[in-house]
Design a protein around this ligand. Structure first.
Ligand code: ADP
Ligand code: MG
Length: 352
């Protein structure tokens, strides 16, 4: 299935560290006005305006922990490594402008494999209009390690934190949830089938959206602009990397508020619903605990309801309450269940 196909193999040692960096980064073009010096000096130099704030975020991805190369093509991995970082910048309401890319590679990887990885990084950099301005390259004894740092900019005082949600605010989420997690389940299932029977030709037609959400996620670059056009300022914001319930709990804990989340309002794609039915999984649990959706979760003032209502990009899924009311899921049966970080206190306890 999605094997990494590196037919020609050039050893990294043939190029040497500097040769390798030059080779991998030669296609990167500087597009951002704020990049004064990119790759090639001791450090990158970025322009700063006194009217702006600079947002910085880092993610570290480790083979075998965060990704599995048996079903993650390196090109997709490069793309996704950039996306997960940009998602954090967008979750601050900022515009992403630069990244640095650091890699630890074992000699099991030929140059051609790193070319694929960098092709994915390059594609993401072009799509999201960011410059790759530096990084570091080192050898690793075991697997592949990728660390990306992203830099973004936002007008002074306009960064949106997790800690500023207020009682009676509305809780809003972009896109739909749970698909990336189900995509991972499908890929892992196919990997096991493939291990038993390498000749198997999987039919993944019914899961294309799920697999795409897992292998080629996108960050919500558009949301900050959409909200500006609607003249809505989010009161708090976070990106959904670990699952809806965990992110809601972050906002509530840091803002010292409670929340009611309505099960029937959680946005689900049709493929999520049908796949959950097929595998006898609960779609709400998947959306709450799945993770890797890279959608944005934010709160807005109640007064902004008319501006958000009916917008296809947004779903209003709950509202913020006083801290002492706690954080709850209101089920379709109108039961209130406390939200916990991994899924919710499942109905199985009640049904025993
Ligand atoms: P130093 O010895 O000062 O750390 P390096 O030789 O590691 O410098 O890096 C030289 C230049 O190449 C620097 O601009 C650095 O940011 C950039 N660079 C190094 N590794 C990578 C990489 N994996 N991806 C992108 N740029 C890199
Ligand atoms: Mg270095």
């Amino acid at each position: 299935m999605l094997e990494n196909k590196n037919t020609s193999k050039t050893s990294i040692s043939e190029l040497g560290e500097f040769g390798l960096i030059d080779h991998l980064t030669k296609n990167f073009k500087i597009k951002q006005k704020t990049t004064l010096k990119g790759i090639g000096d001791d450090a990158a130099v970025l322009a700063a305006k006194s009217s702006e704030e600079i947002v910085v975020t880092t993610d570290l991805l480790v083979e075998g922990v965060h990704f599995d190369l048996s079903y993650m093509p390196l090109k997709h991995l490069g793309y996704k490594a950039v996306v997960v970082n940009l998602s954090d910048v967008y979750a601050m309401n900022a515009e992403a402008t630069q990244i640095t890319v650091s890699i630890g590679v074992s000699n099991r990887f030929p140059v051609e494999a790193l070319e694929e990885l960098y092709e994915g990084i390059h594609t993401a950099a072009k799509y999201y209009n960011i410059d790759v301005v530096g990084g570091d390259t080192t050898s690793s004894r075991t697997g592949l390690i990728i660390s990306i740092t992203a830099v973004g900019r936002i007008a002074k005082g306009k960064s949106v934190y997790r800690s500023t949600a207020k009682e009676s605010d509305l809780l809003v989420v972009t896109g739909d949830l749970g698909a990336a997690y189900l995509g991972l389940q499908i890929l892992e299932r196919e990997k096991k089938v493939f291990e038993v029977n390498p000749q198997s030709q999987p039919d993944l037609e019914a899961y294309t959206y799920l697999i795409e959400r897992q292998l080629k996620p996108e960050a919500r670059k558009d949301v900050s602009k959409l909200l500006k056009e609607l003249e809505v300022t989010p009161t708090s914001m976070i990106d959904i990397s670990d699952g809806l319930s965990s992110e809601i709990l972050h906002i509530c804990k840091q803002s010292k508020v409670g929340c009611n989340l309505y099960e029937d309002k959680i946005p689900l794609d049709q493929q999520v619903i049908s796949t959950c039915e097929e595998f006898k999984m609960d779609s709400t649990t998947i959306a709450l605990s799945g993770g890797e959706d890279y959608e944005l979760l934010f709160t807005v003032k109640m007064d902004d309801f008319p501006k958000i209502k009916g917008n296809p990009n947004f779903s209003i899924i709950g509202h913020i309450t006083h801290e002492k009311e706690g954080v709850h899921l209101v089920t379709r049966a109108n039961e209130k269940i406390p939200l916990i970080a991994r899924g919710w206190n499942s109905l199985s306890e009640d049904s025993k």
